[in-house]
Structures are given as C-alpha cells and as structure tokens.
Design a protein around this ligand. Structure first.
Ligand code: SAM
Length: 1016
C-alpha cells in the first residue's frame, strides 16, 4: 500500500472544532435517491467496480451507499437541515447540476429528444439538420424554434460539430428540468463513480467551501474534503474500520474518497478480495500496467506448456474452446450404460444436438454431435435422459424410467439418516473408478478453427468425440495421475477434505465427493496446476492469485453449459449462492481461460491513503478507527464460511505475501451466523471490541437487512451490551432478488447510526420508558414530515417516503432504549446475553412493537380521520394506506412489504393484485373473489371486508338498501361503527383507482349518512 499524505490546505482548520458535533446523517439523508442509485449500481451486474475481482462473492454493499454514509457521518449539521441536505446532494452528484453532467456523460439525450422538450429560439446554434421531408425547404426549417418533433416534421438532427461542451451541458440541464421525478432524471445518467471526478465536481467545491467557510474548509477534491473534516472531528485524516469486510466495498469506497482504512474479516478469501479491491482496483495506473504485463506473461507460459503437452489441439490444428461432459450410469433394468443429461441440445443458434445411437453389441450408446438439425429434432433433443429426478430413455421402442434415488441406492441408516450406496471418493481419486455408479463422459467438444485462432473473431464448431480426442483425454488423465500427489504436496492442487455442512454435505450425498479437488475434472486440474505454478513464479503472484480464484469459480464441474438463444455459454459455480452438483457441465480449455482470470476493469480509482487488512475474528480486533461501518452476517442467507472452503482448499498452501500472514481456514466455529443466542453473543463481542477501539466521539454505522420487529429487538440487545446508543436509522432499498419471480421480495437495508452511550447509569422501567418512546417517535416523525413539506413545496418531491418515516419510528424507540443501562432492574448486558426461550416476548420486544405502533398511528393516510385510523386492524390499515400511496404513483413492492410488516399483516399477498418489484399494486375492489372475502380470510371479517363486498354488490346493481340491510345483519354494532364506515367510504370515494368504485362508494356513503335522517 502506498503511504501518501495528501497535500491539503488545512491551515485555517481548528483540529477537533467539530469534536462530538452531531453529524448530518443524524438529521437528514436522501434515502430515496441513495436507494435508486444503489439499485442502478447493482443492475450494472458484471460492470460494477469490484465484481471484476470475482463475482463469486455475494452481497457486496453498493459503493454509492458507502460513500453517502462516510460523507454523512463526517459532515456536520449547521442548524439548517434543508441547506445541509442540499450541500450533501451536491457532493453525491444527486443535484440538478450533477445530474446534468452525469446525463451528458451518458449521452442518452439526443438532439431530437432535446428539441422536443425545451424551448429554444435558436436551435441551429446547437444542432445541424438534414431534411427528410421533400416538402420542406432549408429556409422554413431555419425559421423554426423548439420545441418540435423532428421525426414528425421530417428532419434529422445532429449536434453541431463546433458546439462547446458548456452549451451542450446547458441544454442537458434544461432538458432534465422538464422531467419531474428524480428517477426519470437519474435513469438518463451514468453512475457518479463512472465519471471523471474532477469534472463532475468542478462546480461544487466553491459552493461547499463557502458553506463551510466558518470552519475553515477549503477543499478541491474528495480526499481534501475528507481529510479536512477528519481534522475538524478527530484531529487527523479519518480512519474508517470494517471488521466484517467481506468483498471489501466499505473499505474500498472509504479509501477511494480519502479515508485511511482498516479492514478485517475472519475469512481469508474475504481478506484477499478486500486486498484486491484496495490494491488492484485501487492501484495506480503504473501498478495496473505492471499487473497487466504479469498477467500476459503467465498466459503465455501456460499456453506454451499446454501446447507442449499436446492436450488441446486436434490433428488438424484446431484448438478446443470447451469440453462438454455428462454423467453416465448403468440402467439396472437393461444393464445398458446410459449417458445422462437433462437436455441434449448443444446449440440453439446453430441447431446442434447430441444424438444417442444404440450400440447393441456393447450395450451402450454412441453419442453423435449433429449440426443444422430440423426444428423437430431440436424439440426432441430438449427432452434429455434425466427428467424429474429420474433416468428416462428409450430402447427398442420401450421407455425405461429409474429414479436417481434408486440409482444411488438411497436408504435410511440405523439412525434414520438418509444414506446411499455411492462410493466415497478418496484423496487420490480425480475421476470415477470403473465400477462407480456415476461415470463421467466427454460427449462433445467446442472447437476453434485453426484459421481463426488468435483472431479477435474466431470461428467455432461443435464436434463428436473421436478416438484421437479420447486418446488426448487418456493422456491428460495420465499426467494428472502421475503428478497429483506431487501437486498436492506443493499446494498446486488441494488435498483438503470436504467438511460436512449445510452447503457441503450435498457433494458427498449426490456424488460421493469427499475432497475439494473432486469438484474438478482432470483437464481442469491440469490447467489449474499449470496456471497456479506459473502464477506463483511471477513477482505479481499476489495479484495473479486473485485471478486464479476467479478461474476456480469458472472452471469446475459445477459450471452449467447454457444453450441460450443467442449463443452457448458456460456459467460459473457461484452464479448462485450454492455449491451446484450438475448432471452435465461445460469446462473451458486452458486457451479460453485467460479472459476469465484477467482482473482489471476499465475504471480507474487510485487509492492513496493508508490501508490495513487483517484476517481475524471481529471480536478480537485491536486497531482503532474513528468510524466503524459494518455489514455483519445478520441472519445471512450466504454461508460464506462453507462456500469459501472451495477456494481456501486451493489457496491455503504457500500463499504469496501478504496473504501468508492470514489464517487459511474458514474457522467455521468462529463465524457469526444464524440469529440465535450464539449469534447474539458473537455480535456482542464484535461490537464491544469495536466500541472499545473507537474514540469517545467516534461513530458507528451498522447495516442489516430489514426483516421484522424481532431484528430490532436483537439489535437493541447487541448495542446495549456494546455500550452504544442509536442516534439515527435510514432505510435503503438496495436490491431486488430473483426470489421476486417466486413471490415478491425486495431487499431493504437498514442503516443504523450509533455513538457511544454517555457515561453513568440510567435505570429504565417499562412504564416510564413507553411514554418517552412514544414522545420521541412522534417528535422524530413530525420533524421529518415538516422537512418533507418544505422540500416538496420547493422541489416537487418529498425527501422521505413512508418507509423512511416508519424506520425513523423504530430508530426513535431504539434511541430512547439504548440510552438506559438497566431495564426493569436487569443490567442491559446480562439481558442481552441471556439465552431466550422459544417464543419469549421480552420487554424490549414489547417496547419496540409499541414504538412501531406509535409510528404507524401517526401515518394516517391523507383524507381519513385519525379516530377511524386508530380503530382499524392491521390489514385494513395496510389496504387503505397503500391505496393512498398508490394515488401518488408509488408502485414499489418493498413499500408494500414494509408496511405489511409494520401493520403485522399475516399474508399481504392475498390483497395484492400484482407483486412485480416496480409495478406492484393492490387488488382492486372488483378483483376480489368471494372466496377471498369469507370470514376465514384476514380481510373478510373486517369492516373494510364488508365494505368491499357491499361495493361489489352495488357494482352488480344490487339496490343500496339491500346492501345496507346486509350490513345491519352482519355487523352487530352497526350503528356504532356507521361513522367509521362512512369515513372509509369517503376516503375510497377519493382514492380508489377505479372510477366506478369511486362512484358506488359515494352512493353507499350518502345512503349510510342518510340513515339517521330517515330515522332508521
Ligand atoms: C455480510 S458479509 C460482509 C459483506 C461486505 N460488507 C461486502 O460489501 O462485501 C459478512 C462478513 O462477515 C464475516 N464474518 C462472519 N463471522 C465473522 C467473525 N466472527 N469475525 C469477522 N468476520 C466474520 C464473513 O466472512 C463475511 O465476509
């Protein structure tokens, strides 16, 4: 790591002038905009800045979110929340000027889009034109002013060649101002990190310096700004720590904007990725050039060796690109060896399939690869020999079907566990033995023609496996057989056993694999051993090893061979978060691996600050940080410790410096996981250690996935015990997961800000705490609503949405609670560490729940009486609240999800009409079926349920009088609840999306109101 102390102009700064001053993030945070930008970053998939190091690491936090947290924690509050937010948005490039620059860099707005949207008296100062419509003359066109529709008018517009960038930017500014929502504007933009930072922020520094002139701030770049605020707060450049560093996005972004960083993780793979982020992606241009050169040298060395072994070329000089393997097994019914694959399609674009040709003499099938087959043959090939968990094939006109379970010989052992008759592979195995139930068979090869080898566009073809191909296979196997023990000794190939676990047990159960190298075919083992050996000899070994890890992910038996319509592809093992065990798979040749392990992305992000990386458990850290930002493994879906053993097995022996200082073991026992008592204990240790290694006026930010109120209670316990007090919370919708397809799931991240709890004891009792919590919740929400009003008046859009307000409600409760040191006479640390009994509702659970309710009761939808609201049950509140939200065009599923949690709705999906992430909506009144409104449903027996039925009846032209009589029969307290029904109907009359429903709501409401007048 380079140690550079940036030259800054810090003379006028008074160190510690902001010691302990409340940070901007404690009062304001543009959570909606950060959410949008975080999702855009996620959607960039492989072109996210750090994914180049390996997409096998899941759950890297969005860099834009980290940037916002660091900045918001360093900047102070000035007493004017609105102006503070304004400056903050400028620094995030979320403001109009930043957006205009980002849109210009993206270049999506074309002259014709601009001409259609803005008023311009002199369009031809900016654009040139070509006339398409023969009826037009140049004279006519030149007399035009914008706006006009160029297509309709019959002209093509281009930018004038001599246009200045500043003029273009001005037009971008004006055009963007014609869009109303932030999302519309930002969708036309590049991400801030993709743009030259000097240019992007050039107009910002002057404004920022003026705004903070009273503090002596004078910055012209992020590193300068960060250093100066560090000095103002902590007396030095701020140091950001992350003791659960994972893929390293927190330390990377903190360092990139100018903080010193400390990063640690229990897992050496995480440490390696963090090292890569800071030193490779964050490397200087010179360093990157050196790494690139070393990559090329190794690629050449590998190529030379593989070529010398004659392993990948056929007799005509063609070179293999990929090999397709499938399992093969003996059918217990016929005794035939049957190749297994869920599909025999090889290429959809070229109509290539594998055909099974019976060989009666040898009771097996030849596999012929045929190209250019008919549509019908393609269709037939889609049905493979493995269907619904069974081996299925046809022989002599008869279909044979044997469940895979039967092939494996599944049975229950004496302890009731499922076992099977698969042979357990041994340490020196690297392919199945002849009598093993599952054999592995090469069934096709993807070749690159000799003539196009080394060209940027290669020609390829698929071919059947020939005798000479098989000889090459045998040759490779022989090399591996002869060298395996030596390679294992030298650490070139793993000799590590697979420990059972949630993820890993499957390997043994489904294939009999017991050592990590069993997940690799002989060819891949050979390629990897040669590559690793060449890499270790390079002086850039540590960087190259990261590429090697990437190659491991992409070169194993868990790589799915895809036959997508456009082209065939081989995916990688960790395309999801599991260890896949596949029936057929594709492996790359050594020749086609280079593109996989080359590491450098195009973006440049030179890091010039001090960075330290350590591999250790969070509970045992000894380094100080001013600001700890962590994303702990809370109820994590990813079993990092297990899946990374796949990599650790290959990398643990003789790792190059500095990785040799780390413990190359997953240390499963120390990994914090789950959400039980052990988890809480692990977290308490970690947060105690971090709090201990932070100055008294330091800050912490903890991110976790928002699940339910139970999470909040756990968090209270953990922070209590760690001596921390919550000061703010924000909610960021970070990503939508693929679960969506199944039933709707948006991942939201809660950002909790914490400070050390002031010294001294404070005893709390439920009776006294509850009113304090309610008051704080109210204060917090009202302050935010007030700011919302002001900003909405000025900018048309509020800053906070309902989810933010709700989170703020929880945070307010946590703020009050975490200020105490004893609760109901019990010391908070012992409360936190005390094991919980199943289903136990602690006093904290109760208080948090009450806080949520207090927050919810403040979120009365506009147009509904507070008294009505107070009497409604969760599902009714949910439906009406969401109906109100929909009137403003909101349609994000996570809002529905959050409110369903907040209102404790059992199954909100039953009242949803659509559950798409960005196009969610409630079920309309007319869409409810009668089965969905019976008394056994959640909504059916409620007042709202009855109203929906009533409205449906009116829509079906039932007389209002009959509907009212029905109410009188069904609702025993009808007269008492009548005002409430009227209020709800008045609300629906204004908010229901269907005009017909609004009409009948009005009719029914009027009838109900008139009841008294009619003396009924
Ligand atoms: C949610 S991930 C962090 C992801 C990271 N923020 C990123 O952006 O990639 C949690 C991390 O905690 C680590 N971990 C689990 N138990 C730990 C412990 N006891 N000490 C330190 N790290 C631990 C895991 O290895 C994992 O990398």
């Amino acid at each position: 790591m380079t140690e550079v102390v940036a030259e800054t102009k810090t003379k006028a700064l008074t160190p510690f002038a902001l010691k302990g001053a409340p940070a901007l993030i404690e009062a304001v945070f543009p959570a909606q905009k950060v959410s949008y930008e975080a999702q855009t970053e996620r959607k960039a998939v492989q072109s996210q800045t750090l994914t180049g190091l390996g997409s096998y690491w899941k759950g890297r936090k969005p860099l834009i979110l980290v940037r916002a947290i660091v900045l918001g924690s360093l900047l102070p509050q000035t007493g004017d929340a609105e102006a503070d937010l304004d400056i903050f948005e400028k620094l995030m490039a979320f403001d109009d000027e930043g957006l205009a620059r980002r849109a210009l860099a993206q270049g999506t707005l074309k002259p014709k889009d601009i001409a259609a949207r803005v008023e311009l008296a002199d369009p031809w100062s900016y654009f040139s034109y070509t006339i398409k419509n023969s009826g037009l003359t140049a004279e006519q066109v030149e007399a035009w002013c914008c706006p006009f529709d160029a297509d309709e008018e019959g002209v093509t517009l281009r930018w004038r060649r001599d246009i200045e960038e500043s003029d273009k930017l001005e037009l971008y500014r004006r055009t963007l101002s014609t869009y109303t929502s932030y999302e519309e504007k930002a969708s036309l933009c590049k991400r801030p990190e993709q743009i030259d930072q000097g240019w992007l922020y050039s107009p910002v520094w002057q404004v920022v310096n003026r705004y903070y002139a009273h503090l002596g701030v004078n910055a012209h770049s992020f590193p300068e700004l960060i250093e100066q605020f560090g000095i103002l707060r902590y007396g030095h450049r701020p140091r950001v720590g992350d003791a659960f560093a994972g893929g390293g996005s927190i330390p990377f972004e903190a360092a990139r904007i100018g903080c010193d960083v400390y990063a640690s993780d229990l897992n050496p793979i995480a440490c390696m990725l963090t090292w890569g982020a800071l030193n490779i992606i964050g490397g200087s241009p010179e360093r990157r050039a050196e790494i690139e050169k070393a990559q090329q040298t190794v690629a050449e060395a590998v190529d030379e060796e593989v070529t010398a072994l004659g392993a990948e070329r056929d007799e005509y000089g063609n070179r293999a690109k990929a090999y397709l393997y499938c399992l093969e097994t003996r059918c217990p019914e016929t005794g035939w060896m049957v190749p297994m694959s869920p599909s025999w399609v090889i290429s959809k674009s070229r109509n290539v399939i594998a055909k099974l040709i019976p060989d009666h003499d040898n009771e097996r099938f030849d596999i012929e690869v045929v190209s250019g087959v008919s549509k019908e043959e393609m269709k037939a090939a889609e049905k493979g020999t493995v269907q619904d968990g069974a081996l299925v094939y046809e022989l002599n006109g008869k279909i044979y079907r044997t469940p895979i379970k039967t092939l494996r010989g599944d049975y229950r052992d004496s302890e009731g566990n499922t076992a099977n008759r698969l042979r357990r592979w041994e340490k020196d195995d690297f392919k199945p033995r002849p009598n093993d139930i599952f054999q592995e068979r090469l069934y096709a090869i993807h070749w690159i023609t000799k003539a196009t080898l080394g060209k940027s566009r290669t020609e390829t073809f698929f071919a059947s496996v020939t005798e000479s191909d098989l000889q090459r296979e045998r040759k490779v196997e022989k090399i591996v057989a002869n060298n395996l023990p030596g390679w294992q000794r030298k650490g070139l190939v793993p000799d590590m056993a697979i420990e059972p676990g949630l993820e890993t047990t499957r390997l043994r159960r489904e294939r009999g694999w017991t050592y990590w190298h069993h997940l690799f075919d002989p060819r891949s083992i050979l390629t990897l051993a040669i590559t690793k050996s060449a890499m270790l000899q390079s002086k850039e070994a540590e960087s190259l090893i990261l590429g090697f890890a990437k190659q491991l992910d992409w070169l194993n038996k868990g790589c799915y061979f895809g036959t997508g319509a456009a082209r065939e592809s081989i995916s990688h093992m960790f395309s999801n978060q599991a260890l896949n065990v596949l029936i057929n798979y594709g492996t790359r040749s050594a020749y086609s691996c280079y593109s996989i392990w080359s590491l450098l992305s195009s973006s440049e992000s030179t890091i010039n600050t001090r960075c330290k990386i350590v591999s250790k458990a969070a509970g045992s850290i000894t380094d100080e940080s001013d600001l700890w930002i962590t994303d702990p493994p809370y109820a994590d879906a990813v079993n990092y410790h297990e899946i990374t053993e796949f990599f650790i097995a290959w990398l643990r022996k003789k790792p190059p410096a500095p990785f040799d200082e780390w413990t190359w073991d997953s240390r499963r026992a120390l990994a914090i996981k789950g959400s039980d008592d052990d988890f809480r204990r692990g977290m308490v240790d970690a947060y105690q250690a971090m709090a201990k290694h932070m100055p008294d006026h330091g800050m912490q930010c903890v991110m976790f996935t928002h699940q339910d109120t139970g999470v909040w209670s756990d968090m209270v316990s953990i922070f209590w015990a760690a001596g921390l007090q919550v000061v703010a919370a924000w909610y960021i919708a970070t990503e939508t997961t693929s679960e969506l397809k199944k039933g709707g799931y948006v991942q939201g991240t809660v950002i909790l800000m914490l400070k050390k709890r002031p010294e001294g004891d404070r005893a709390g009792f439920k009776q006294r705490i509850l009113p304090a919590v309610r008051a704080e919740v109210r204060r917090q929400i009202e302050t935010m609503m007030h700011l919302n009003e002001e900003i909405k008046d000025k900018h048309g859009e509020p800053v906070f949405n309902d989810s933010d307000l709700q989170m703020a409600g929880y945070a307010a409760a946590l703020k009050v609670l975490t200020a105490y040191t004893t609760i109901g006479g019990e010391d908070v640390t012992s409360f936190a560490l005390r094991p919980r009994t199943k289903g136990e509702v602690t006093v904290v659970d109760e208080i948090v729940q009450q806080a949520a309710e207090a927050a919810n009761s403040l979120l009365v939808p506009e147009g509904l009486g507070a008294e009505t609201w107070a009497r409604l049950s969760g599902i009714q509140r949910f439906y009406l609240r969401m109906m109100d939200m929909e009137t403003s065009g909101a349609s994000k599923l996570d809002n529905y999800q959050n409110f369903a949690k907040a209102f404790r709705v059992q199954d909100y999906a039953r009242v949803m009409g659509d559950m798409k992430a960005n196009a969610a909506r409630l079920k309309r009144v007319s869409e409810f079926t009668s089965r969905e409104l019976t008394d056994s449903t959640e909504i059916g027996p409620t007042w709202l349920g009855h109203l929906i039925i009533g409205l449906q009846q009116l829509l079906a032209e039932v007389e209002p009088q009959a509907v009212i009589q029905q109410f009188q029969q069904d609702l025993p307290d009808f007269m008492e609840v009548r005002p409430l029904l009227i209020d709800m109907l008045r609300f629906m009359e204004r908010k229901a999306p269907e005009a017909t429903v609004r009409e009948v709501a009005e009719v029914l409401g009027a009838r109900l109101k008139n009841l008294r007048a009619l003396g009924q």
